[in-house]
Design a protein around this ligand. Structure first.
Ligand code: HEM
Length: 191
């Protein structure tokens, strides 16, 4: 059911001339993808510094709130550019992206990382910041920061894996993999 819905949506996006134009463009697709990759430095570079402080392993002589306050804006600018460039990459190749097991895992990890970031943000903005100057923040903060680093590392790893066709629909795969990747035509042919 969900696979069919996603396939229908992606096939609909694929009918737009601008989607094909972007994918077949001489430079634009490469520029969008380069922006997606290069903005990693801004977004995840800032996030790494914040998480290392919240883990209590770096910049421990600086108040945690000071680091968050200074790096939050450039990090969020980077995040917005990542999302916009990512959506353009998706729009350029909607069917293959939707039927990519890597992209599906990436979306799940992105949602998890988003929820975790929201929770950390609340914890570092709460009134109870007595630990602000402590070199080692409380356990809940360190767990959140560790989870953040793990989830974003996962997003990068599966994002990079999208370029490889190991489990694309045209490959011979077990039924479960056709289902997980959303290969609706191959699933119908399998039965
Ligand atoms: C905000 C956090 C995000 C991070 C850290 C991230 C990271 C990455 C990375 C590292 C790659 C591999 C680039 C390469 O080496 O070729 C990638 C590719 C890709 N990303 Fe993202 N991404 C993010 C958000 C998104 C979003 C929101 C979307 C779409 C809705 C998206 C769609 C894509 C697509 C379609 C590719 C494949 C491009 C290709 O192989 O041609 N990304 N991403």
């Amino acid at each position: 059911m969900l696979n069919e819905l996603l396939f229908k949506f992606a096939s609909w996006l694929d009918t737009f001339q601008s989607s094909t134009d972007l994918h077949e463009s001489l430079y634009m697709y490469a520029w969008v993808e380069s922006t997606h990759v290069l903005t990693l430095m801004l977004f995840l570079g800032m996030l790494l510094v914040i998480d290392l402080r919240l883990l209590g392993v770096a910049f421990t002589d600086v108040a945690a709130s000071k680091i968050v306050e200074r790096l939050d804006k450039p990090m969020m600018i980077g995040f917005v550019v990542m999302v916009i460039s990512g959506m353009l990459l998706f729009y350029a190749i909607p069917v293959r992206s939707t039927q990519s097991i890597w992209f599906r895992i990436k979306v799940v990890l992105l949602i998890g990382a988003g929820i975790n970031a929201f929770l950390i943000r609340n914890m570092t903005r709460s009134t109870d910041m007595a630990w602000d100057n402590d070199p080692k923040p409380p356990k809940r903060i360190r767990v959140g920061a560790g989870l953040s680093l793990a989830l974003w590392t996962g997003v990068i790893a599966v994002g990079r894996s999208m370029a490889y066709d190991w489990w694309d629909c045209h490959k011979e795969m077990p039924y479960f993999m056709y289902w997980a990747a959303g290969c609706v035509n191959e699933m119908a042919a399998y039965e």
